[in-house]
Design a protein around this ligand. Structure first.
Ligand SMILES: [Zn+2]
Length: 572
């Protein structure tokens, strides 16, 4: 499964290369073909062959499965659209305007036909041998087989090797061996009659629809997805298949619990072929898409003239995606490797609906994403799971309540840690179901309003959030997946002490015992805020050797100055 190309060599040198779109004329992609290492720029001399003539080498440019996976992984990281399959990726790579991009794609070439001006070999097998001698890669699985029965036997047997090949195929090409017979067979339309493609039927297996879940896409469209009892199809385990829309479900008359026939379209994407009505359990009902959006609970509607049903709330998806971004951000749950693009993919696929679902992701869920390899999936899984315990202030900030920033979350955490009901809720093992959400909901507005530094808007937002069904369910759900806010700082964070808590520092000049970056980092660990310029809020300027204009400014503005030694003394 690649792209057919023709390479023309003159005097033994690669002269030009074309795509073979319609078999006659093609696109000139010579500059890009020259970047593919397995395409020789000059032919190796072969005894008895005159290289001074024109030699055309036909074959396939393809992208190995591993390179395809890696390419899509990089594209996902750069927020570029993914390639659907290796064939599209190979074609896209060859049509690049910049040959450097083509060169970076790890394309390969395999020769399968030679057209010589003179000395055309008498058999196709000899063409393959000659191609190898000239310096081309040849498919090691080529066979000369005598008799059609043996050909069909080989074809049947070879299918079992399909999944383990390093490149994607959908069948075998069978051709006549004798060159004179090939000529005699002639051409019908654009296809030579001497060569046919023997494709395998798509593998079909049966399994059971255990659930139908609904994804909400970026455009607000609702896509139903069948959750299948996991089953192996064409080499991989399949547990989900898109059902596209209500019309498709109606066409299949698909119901929960149905036994279905599934296959992979184009050998890549799992699809439901049909439901086996004879195996349908008793008392089933036709499946209808929900009338309320599963993400934001707004009514869903069917757009006139379209098959899709969508959420009526225009900001539904994006709002949820931004909330998730906030939730995993550095000051909140600090989950490394979960970028905006990946979060959107997970939302679109229905793998997550809320914050807590992140902790329910399995390695297999992540590994099933396009361009995601097992290793990367396990790494991300570990990085999520390592965040089950975190300081209460980060947990509060992560909820994304209106008006609650990093700083106010810190004050709130200090206050909440002293509330007996909250303390009790957080000190049970495991967390008592619903205890935390109840304790938070019970705090009256007047108490929040009395907290220093918290505005009336934030106080109101806290009461509304902690008393809303959405907020309470989310807090309970986080508890259910084992996320535990910690009242005191975990050992790693408290070990550094908070000796500079409340300080706002600015550094200037060169420090003798540590670098500027180290000094700033240690100040932050000790609870100080570090900024680059002096303001009215600055509590101390730390001045090293050769301090610049900031020292003068600080003296003018009567901002206290620390020497390096004083800074270090305060740090301890
Ligand atoms: Zn919605």
């Amino acid at each position: 499964d690649g792209l057919a190309v023709a390479l023309v060599y003159e005097n033994g040198q690669l002269s030009y290369g074309l795509t073979r779109g319609d078999g006659q004329s093609g696109e000139d992609i010579t500059v890009n073909l020259r970047t593919i290492p397995s395409i020789p720029l000059s032919l190796r001399p072969v005894t008895g062959l005159n290289l001074n003539s024109r030699i055309e080498v036909r074959g396939e440019v393809y992208l190995p499965k591993a390179a395809f996976a890696k390419l899509n992984q990089e594209r996902a990281a750069n927020e570029q659209p993914l390639f659907a399959n290796p064939r599209n990726a190979a074609a896209g790579s060859l049509r690049q305007l910049d040959p450097k991009i083509t060169a970076s794609r790890q394309l390969k070439f395999m020769a399968y036909q030679l057209i010589l001006e003179s000395d055309q070999p008498e058999t196709h097998q000899a063409e393959h041998q000659l191609a190898q001698q000239l310096g081309f890669a040849d498919n090691a699985d080529n066979r000369l087989i005598v008799g059609l029965d043996s050909v069909l036997e080989f074809w049947t047997d070879f299918e079992s090797r399909r999944a383990s090949l390093p490149y994607q195929i959908d069948g075998l090409v069978v051709g006549l061996n004798r060159t004179d017979w090939r000529r005699k067979a002639g051409i019908v339309g654009k296809s030579p009659r001497a060569v046919i493609a023997l494709k395998w039927p798509a593998e079909e297996v049966t399994t059971v629809v255990e659930d139908i879940i609904v994804n909400v896409g970026r455009t607000g469209n609702l896509t139903p997805v069948a959750v299948l009892r996991p089953v192996k199809v064409a080499g991989t385990l399949v547990s989900r298949a898109s059902l596209h829309n209500q019309d498709e479900i109606d066409r299949l008359d698909l119901r929960l619990g149905d036994t279905v026939v599934i296959r992979k379209a184009g050998d890549i994407i799992p699809e439901v072929v049909k439901a086996i009505l004879g195996l349908r359990p008793a008392k089933t009902a036709p499946y209808r898409l929900p009338e309320l959006c599963p993400i934001c609970q707004s009514p869903t509607l069917r757009v006139e003239g379209e098959a899709a049903i969508r959420c009526s709330n225009p900001t539904c998806f994006s709002v949820e995606a931004r909330r998730l971004e906030h939730f995993v951000s550095q000051a909140a749950f600090d989950i490394e490797g979960l970028g905006p693009r990946l979060l959107e993919r997970l939302l679109e696929l229905g793998l997550i609906k809320n914050f807590a679902d992140l902790f329910r992701l399995e390695v297999a869920d992540l590994a099933a994403l396009d361009g995601f390899q097992e290793k990367l999936a396990s790494k991300l899984h570990r990085s999520i799971q390592s965040r089950r315990e975190l300081p209460l202030r980060r947990w509060l900030y992560a909820l994304g309540i209106k008006g609650i920033g990093e700083q106010s979350a810190g004050w709130l955490a200090e206050y909440l840690a002293k509330q007996p009901a909250v303390e009790a809720a957080l000190q049970t093992e495991p967390l008592a179901e619903g205890a935390l959400s109840k304790a938070l909901a019970a705090i009256p507005l007047t108490d929040w309003q009395e907290l220093p530094g918290l505005g009336p808007v934030a106080a109101q937002a806290l009461v509304e959030y902690f008393n809303s069904p959405v907020g309470q369910e989310l807090i309970d759900d986080l508890g259910a997946v084992g996320v535990r806010p910690l009242l005191s700082l975990p050992a790693a964070e408290s070990a550094a002490g908070q000796s500079l808590s409340g300080e706002r520092l600015v550094f200037t000049g060169t420090l003798a015992t540590l670098s500027r970056a180290e000094a700033e980092e240690r100040a932050r660990q000790a609870g100080a805020l570090v900024s680059s310029s002096l303001t009215k809020q600055t509590t101390h300027l730390v001045a090293g050797e050769a301090a610049g204009s900031k020292l003068g400014q600080a003296q003018e503005q009567q901002i206290p100055v620390w020497t390096e030694a004083e800074f270090l003394a305060n740090l301890d």
